[in-house]
Design a protein around this ligand. Structure first.
Ligand SMILES: [Ca+2]
Length: 544
């Protein structure tokens, strides 16, 4: 269908009447000649046959070892203010698997995803990635450049995709048989945007930990930062107490899923109250300090710390109506890892100002001096959603993508400290309703939850899996994935495997054999009677 869609476009672009299109490798255009290819609004800056061996991409300090490929650098200018850089890497005909893979970005990116391109190229794909139309992770690029915001929000991926299809076709003498998009975080946002806005672009899409509820997520980042900092901008909860929280939460809620394995299967069932860790007031017999002042010790939380953590769990509510604006962060995501991104540090605690405050300053209010303390979560959210609706990708009716024959695999970590999984699940639940119920939706769109996985990877739960291969089986052979086989490694050695089940199924231990082996688990739909307890105890938290 993709082929049909753009066939007319291509014929108009490539008036080479004598060119016979056959699958034979020899009919492709030599790499260096691709520079002469003409595509409206696209400038091909270079086309270079690159031999196998070490290759150092721009802006990357270490060389990566790659098979031989044709490297095409190009710029798309769908508007006069656009400057969308992208690269297409094309394997030689005998190494090509006949497919195109678009790879997603992270954060506000502004960098071509070379590492992801390398992975795809090694597997035989022609790969494409864009800098999304600007350089760097800073959001100042949007100031006075509304078209660049659109490029970032959704247009750049579509532009690179259409162009890459034509470039690959010219290089190989035929179109790619299938096109796939794979992304996580902002890449997951891009994945959802493609499924919703450009349903013909891809045959299969992997959307990981998708940050596609972008506007509300950005408001929640601001709210969380304010909740977790003092009036003069100092972090309220230090890292060691984030780790204390995760440990206490896991102690309290690990067994709720029936297996004490250091992983909380579904943190929505966990209602651990951080007040359980409150420092005791100093009692009689203390040599120093006021009789009432609680001690701030490593093993307990002060009252302001308890309050801040509760706000992180509870999420952002509309101050006027009380309605939820965005979910809180899951219990178990506070601080399980040393890597700042695998805790609340990178996006909430560590930044000197609210993360993505640039959204308000440069995208929304056009005021570089906008003071985040003036935010009105009711008024400003309504304004943002009216002014910049294209910043999010939350359309739930995926009928055009389904009709195209597209398949969508979504996954997320239940311990994601950056993009709250509750929001991802809420989107899926809502999409299921709009797309005809669970069975109908599963015919083209499946969600896989990864208990104990952090943001796109990491965490105590199994977090390495091959969603793309599962998706290809679905698209190309009609074998829909029932589960994804995931593994967890410590120091490079696999120490646990487990199935990631198709939501809302969960992996249940069969009762015999190692709890670290996937074969000893089955994916089951939990009985409706399974209690979702609303107690605050959930177990015995460690006492200070
Ligand atoms: Ca468990």
């Amino acid at each position: 269908m993709t082929r049909r869609l753009i066939a007319g476009f291509v014929l108009a672009l490539l008036p080479v009447a004598s060119e016979v299109v056959t699958p034979a490798a020899s009919n492709g255009t030599a790499c260096s000649s691709l520079a002469a290819l003409t595509i409206p609004t696209i400038t091909i800056r270079s086309a270079t046959a690159t031999p196998a061996g070490p290759f150092t991409p721009p802006g990357i300090s270490n060389a990566i070892t790659l098979p031989a490929f044709c490297r095409v650098e190009a710029t798309g200018r769908p508007t006069t203010d656009s400057e969308i850089k992208f690269e297409v890497w094309i394997p030689p005909a005998d190494a090509w698997n006949g497919k195109l893979e678009g790879v997603g970005n992270g954060g506000y990116s502004g960098a071509i995803g070379y590492a992801a391109m390398a992975l795809g190229l090694r597997r035989g794909y022609a790969v494409v990635s864009t800098d999304t139309g600007h350089a760097g992770d800073d959001m100042k690029f949007g100031q006075a450049h509304p078209e660049k915001i659109v490029d970032w929000a959704y247009r750049s991926v579509h532009v690179m995709t259409e162009a890459a299809k034509l470039i690959v076709r010219d290089a190989q003498g035929r179109f790619a048989d299938k096109a796939y998009f794979v992304g996580c975080s902002s890449g997951g946002h891009q994945a959802m945007s493609e499924a919703q806005r450009y349903p013909e672009d891809y045959d299969g899409i992997v959307a990981g930990d998708p940050a596609h509820n972008r506007i509300r997520q950005t408001f929640a980042f601001l709210y969380s930062w304010v909740a977790m900092h003092t009036a003069d901008g100092k972090p309220i909860v230090p890292m060691n107490k984030l780790q204390l929280l995760t440990k206490s939460v896991v102690d309290a809620c690990d067994a709720l899923d029936g297996l004490k394995d250091g992983v909380i299967d579904d943190p929505r069932r966990c209602h651990f109250d951080p007040a359980k860790l409150a420092c005791p007031a100093t009692g009689a017999g203390q040599a120093t300090g006021s009789a009432q002042a609680p001690r701030d010790e490593a093993t307990c939380l002060t009252a302001p710390q308890v309050d801040a953590v509760r706000k992180m769990y509870d999420g952002l509510k509309n101050p006027r109506t009380g309605e939820p604006i965005f979910t809180g962060w899951p219990r178990g995501s506070e601080g399980f890892g040393d890597n700042p991104i695998q805790s609340w540090r990178q996006y909430v605690v560590d930044p000197p100002e609210p993360m993505r405050v640039g959204f308000f300053r440069y995208f929304l209010f056009h005021d570089p001096n906008w003071d985040y303390r003036t935010i009105d979560y009711d008024r400003d959210l309504a304004y943002a959603e009216q002014k910049l609706p294209f910043m999010s990708a939350v359309e739930k009716d995926l009928t055009p993508f389904r009709k195209h024959g597209g398949k969508l695999v979504m996954y997320t970590g239940w311990a994601d400290p950056v993009v709250p999984p509750q929001d991802t699940v809420a989107y899926y639940d809502a999409a299921v309703k709009v797309n005809g119920g669970l069975e109908k939706t599963r015919e083209f769109y499946r969600l896989f939850m990864a208990p104990g996985m952090g943001h796109c990877s990491g965490g105590p739960g199994p977090n390495q899996f091959d969603a793309l291969t599962a998706l290809e089986q679905w698209v190309e052979k009609g074998v829909a994935p029932e589960k994804l086989l995931a593994s967890h490694s410590t120091n490079g050695k696999i120490d646990r495997t487990r199935p990631l089940c198709m939501y809302p199924q969960v992996a249940r231990y069969k009762g015999t054999g190692s709890a670290d082996e996937a074969a000893n688990f089955s994916c089951v739909t939990e009985a409706p009677s399974t209690p979702v307890r609303r107690s605050n105890t959930g177990g015995a938290p460690s006492k200070p």
